[in-house]
Design a binder for this molecule. Structure first.
Ligand code: ATP
Ligand code: MG
Length: 556
């Protein structure tokens, strides 16, 4: 059983009760129903973990169903990305992926059935009139002048709509429910509209397309879904869901709503994510800064860390905002336990060991994981010239300095203790090289009375692998980029430091074999993985070692 299915919640309580009473014969069939109009994001991950997790918990099944009733906004690229992301998260859908468009013939027949029963009519009000007739939250709507057409007339007009006799928007099919209902969704909602557009699955077969509310409940019914789990904004649509299925006398899945995931420092609206891509604020949908599943994958998140996160945030009926730090905590926890360690110098300066023989080389066997011996060791070469990080040297040591400074000693991780004797600067005054000596009696031991203050990482210059390392940070600098801010949009809160690049990083040679996407802890720097997309030695920072944002907030 996956993490996602371990703990119960109010939905599993409903299912437990159904199983006790034998409501669905003990069967559990859920579905995840994305519209293929963008890439999936972390909010969808919650829905995926919930729907597939519940199916696993009850040895049931979960369908993947594309809710594809808006062909203009949808594409096969999105469909493929969604399948990839669900699989990557570790879930298996039942049978083949399904499409609402698979049911267009049946949906059309259902619409005809409603017409024949006097429960649907063809309406010719234009959009503006439609709005006016609909009424408001406080005032009831008015009946459309087309509401009393006979079933025969409606059926003939609906066939003509299907046969392409009318232009987009000229006519619609509406359910005949109640224009005075306090629930606006029941005021004769549109169930079919005319769109002369090509569909990615059905080609040019149709020029009338069913609306979401009509399609969704009937697709659930046709698939014999038992529990139709959706987010809270559909609560007000449930009476329409129920009306449609009751009126047509089909199978009747139970719609259950839960609170969507909201994450601070993040936007989770496909429309806004698309805008970030289309306007070039990020590189693509899978830019490692994006809260998309594909972006998180490239960033180095693991499926287990995302599943654990979704499990921990729980399933409730009231909206709340989850701290981004929780997501980062989940990935740190996974990588701390499972990622091998390696050394990488992001901003190198050269160290020459003046007392080390010119042509000598040694190989150190360094443990891959401090808490897991089974992770084994790797060979790290050592020689006369090394690189260390510029940030690890100060000529005059600040207070409590645990790194290298002039005339003091530091241990090289897995190697010797070295002492800096001379600093070489260029004409502009930048440190370009440190002349140091090593103590040959310090390999893996501290001789009596001799204790260097700190440990720093390093790589052997002649063995180093050149790399480009992208340091990613949160995409937004504001906690609520999405909220209303005077005269500003979410784009105004893009964090200008969301990506910086260490162009001349030097890696220990074992990293030349790193598999794309596999996480490493670069000692003292954070967690990184080789990019899944770009050729060559390109690494992405997944997350820092500690939550620097929490510190900033605490200080502020
Ligand atoms: P968006 O607002 O990003 O466009 P959507 O709800 O329109 O999202 P769909 O493709 O229709 O996107 O969503 C598929 C499923 O994922 C739906 O069941 C929806 O309720 C669920 N879902 C979408 N966003 C979230 C979220 N933030 N938290 C939990 N579930 C979500
Ligand atoms: Mg939706």
């Amino acid at each position: 059983m996956s993490e996602a299915s371990k703990t119960g919640n109010f939905i599993t309580q409903i299912i437990d009760k159904d199983n006790e009473t034998g409501k669905h014969g003990g069967k559990v069939l859920t579905r995840f129903p994305p519209e293929p109009n963008g890439y999936l994001h972390i909010g969808h991950a919650k829905s995926i973990c919930l729907n597939f997790g519940i199916a696993q918990r009850y040895q049931g099944q979960c369908n993947l169903r594309f809710d594809d009733t808006n062909p203009e906004k949808e594409s096969v690229e999105y469909i493929e990305s969604i399948k990839r992301d669900v699989e990557w998260l570790g879930f298996d859908w039942a049978g083949e992926p399904k499409y609402a468009s698979d049911y267009f013939d049946q949906l059309f027949d259902f619409a005809c059935e409603l017409i024949k029963a006097g429960k649907a009519y063809v309406c010719e009000l234009n959009a503006e009139q439609m709005r006016e007739y609909r009424g408001t939250l406080k005032e009831p709507g008015k009946n459309s002048p087309y509401r009393d057409r006979t079933p025969e007339e409606n059926l003939a007009l609906f066939m003509e709509m299907r046969d392409g006799k009318y232009a987009d928007g000229e006519k619609v099919l509406r359910a005949k429910i109640d224009m005075a209902s306090p629930n606006i969704n029941l005021r004769d909602p549109i169930i079919y509209r005319i769109r002369h557009v090509h569909h990615h699955q059905t080609g040019d077969k149709w020029c009338v397309y069913p609306m979401y509310d009509f399609t969704h409940c009937l697709s659930d019914a046709l698939e014999n879904i038992t529990h139709s789990i959706c987010t809270l904004e559909f609560q007000d649509h449930r009476p329409l869901y129920d009306w449609t299925l009751d009126t047509l006398g089909t199978a009747h899945p139970q719609q259950i709503e839960f609170a969507r995931l909201n994450l601070n420092y993040t936007v989770t609206s496909k429309r806004k994510l698309k805008q970030l891509v289309d306007e070039g604020h990020v590189e693509a949908w899978d830019d490692p800064r994006m809260p998309t599943i594909s972006g998180m994958r490239r960033r180095g998140f693991t499926p287990a860390s995302i599943r654990n996160f979704c499990e921990r945030i729980g399933v409730t009926k009231s909206d709340s905002i989850v701290d981004f730090g929780m997501l980062e905590h989940a990935i740190r926890e996974d990588l701390d336990a499972n990622a091998n360690r390696a050394m990488a110098v992001l901003n190198p300066i050269k160290v020459t060991l003046t007392n080390y023989p010119e042509d000598k080389e040694e190989i150190f066997n360094v443990g891959n994981h401090p808490k897991n011996e089974e992770a084994g060791t790797r060979e790290v070469p050592f020689s006369k010239e090394l690189f260390i990080d510029a940030a690890d040297f100060e000529e005059v040591a600040p207070r409590k300095w645990k790194r290298l400074s002039l005339d003091s000693a530091v241990r090289l991780r897995g190697g010797y203790v070295i002492t800096c004797n001379e600093v070489i600067r260029d004409e502009a005054g930048n440190v370009v090289e440190l002349l140091c000596t090593y103590d040959e009696n310090t390999l893996g031991v501290n001789p009596e009375g001799y204790k260097p203050k700190g440990v720093i990482h390093w790589v052997s210059a002649k063995h180093a692998v050149d790399a480009k390392v992208r340091l990613y940070d949160r995409l937004f600098s504001d906690e609520a980029p999405d909220a209303k801010h005077e005269g500003k949009t979410f784009l105004d809160f893009i964090n200008p430091e969301s990506m910086s690049v260490a162009e001349n990083a030097k890696l220990e040679p074992s990293l030349a074999q790193a598999e794309p996407g596999v996480g490493f802890q670069f000692e003292r720097e954070g967690y990184f993985c080789r990019d899944l997309k770009e050729e060559g030695m390109v690494f992405n920072r997944t997350v820092t070692l500690r939550d620097s944002w929490a510190k900033i907030e605490a200080k502020g």
